[in-house]
Design a protein around this ligand. Structure first.
Ligand code: NAD
Length: 355
């Protein structure tokens, strides 16, 4: 199969981690007889420097025209003082909106080899951590009106029934493929948008009788994720709650550097990216963990290109790397062998085998 992948290296550690993921994709293509063509796309701070715009229209179009997009990360202190509409992160929001990817899927799964890297007590980790957060990605407060007048600033949080319904369906369908438990997270004791959210989820539940739906307030969910994460199978929630909860969930699995994500809309053209940012504190030092990006590439093969065997092969190669005791600095522990970003990519690429 031939696939055209738009590649956004971005800023900070972005170029280093994307490079490793591309090496893994190239080796996978070689083993399985595919051709992956890459088109470089400028987005974020590097695009501001080059074009004065975090995502020029022609760069966005390259993404829309591709079979899928692989993204490292964008942003950094250098661009902190640019006006809001020009910030690197604005490019990311425009990309998600332009591609129409309304469903962000973030797994929170602990690798048994990394159980000791979790900040949670062993007794909690031993019960297992394996859930998915399905986050609405192109609505809510991040996309509402933002304005500052005098000493008052306003951000609008708005959801329509149809926006809630389409992400709700992804939540139910994801649960159907797993352990059939869906937890809908909102703040219906305070927010109108959350009351509408809850109403739509419950009316959808009638169409998915095989899925057990539960409700949880977002503040309680934040607590339950650290107290008893094994209770969750699939969590579905709105944009900002999902943003915050998924960072929390990533940390209990050991490191933010390990977690991939996929964002999909109505077509198979998806956006795949690790959940962390551009980590300017470690950029250019060969310290970054590229596994979140490598696993994002595996998700691309699984969800957009219908290549499950190839995706399994990449995940197995990551598992073999961890089994052999290799660790980047973020997940380093006693008795393990510390490696840099590039070496991590070398070993995972070497581990790849055709099943
Ligand atoms: P961050 O995720 O970049 O970093 C948080 C901490 O985690 C840092 O200590 C960093 O060194 C560490 N870390 C992150 N990824 C790592 C990896 N792969 N390997 C090892 N350690 C890793 O969050 P931040 O510091 O709040 O943000 C830095 C910049 O990234 C900001 O400009 C922010 O706006 C941007 N950002 C971008 C995205 C994105 O591109 N999707 C997401 C979040 C933040």
């Amino acid at each position: 199969m031939t696939k055209n992948i738009a590649v956004i290296r971005g800023d900070g550690i972005g170029p280093e981690i994307v490079e490793q993921a591309l090496r893994v994709l190239d080796k996978t293509a070689e083993l399985y007889g595919h051709t992956f063509n890459y088109t470089d796309v400028d987005m974020g701070g590097c695009a501001i420097d080059k074009y004065g715009d975090p995502l020029p229209e022609k760069e966005l179009q390259k993404c829309i025209d591709s079979d899928s997009v692989l993204l490292g990360a964008v942003g950094g202190d250098k661009w902190n003082d640019v006006p809001g509409h020009m910030r690197p992160e604005k490019g990311l929001l425009r990309l998600r909106e332009g591609m129409g990817v309304y469903s962000n899927n973030r797994p929170a799964k602990i690798w048994q080899q990394l159980a000791d890297a979790s900040p949670l007590k062993k007794s909690i980790v031993d019960k297992g951590i394996d859930f998915i957060i399905v986050r609405e990605l192109i609505g809510g407060i991040y996309f509402g009106e933002h304005k500052t007048e005098g000493d008052t600033a306003t951000d609008v949080l708005k959801y329509s029934e149809s926006e809630i319904e389409r992400i709700g369906r992804i939540g139910f369908e994801t649960a159907q493929k797993r352990n059939k438990r869906l937890c809908s997270v909102e703040k219906s004791n305070v927010l109108d948008s959350s009351r509408l959210w809850k109403k739509v989820m419950h009316s959808l539940a009638e169409e998915y009788p095989d899925v057990e739906l539960s409700d949880m307030l977002v503040d309680n969910c934040a607590m339950q994720i650290v107290k008893n994460p094994s209770q969750f199978d699939v969590v579905v929630t709105e944009n900002m709650f999902g943003d915050i909860l998924s960072d929390e969930a990533s940390m209990i699995t050991g490191s933010i550097g390990m977690i991939p994500s996929s964002s999909l809309g109505a077509t198979t053209c998806g956006l795949y990216e690790p959940i962390h940012g551009s980590a300017p504190d470690i950029a250019g030092k060969d310290l970054a963990n590229p596994i979140g990006t490598i696993l994002s590439a595996a998700m691309m093969l699984r969800f957009s290109f219908d290549m499950p065997k190839e995706a399994d092969a990449i995940e197995d190669a990551v598992s073999a790397y961890l089994d052999a005791g290799y660790r980047t600095a973020d997940i380093m522990s006693e008795g393990m062998t510390q490696v840099g970003c590039r070496k991590c990519g070398d070993i995972i690429t070497e581990n790849l085998k055709k099943e």
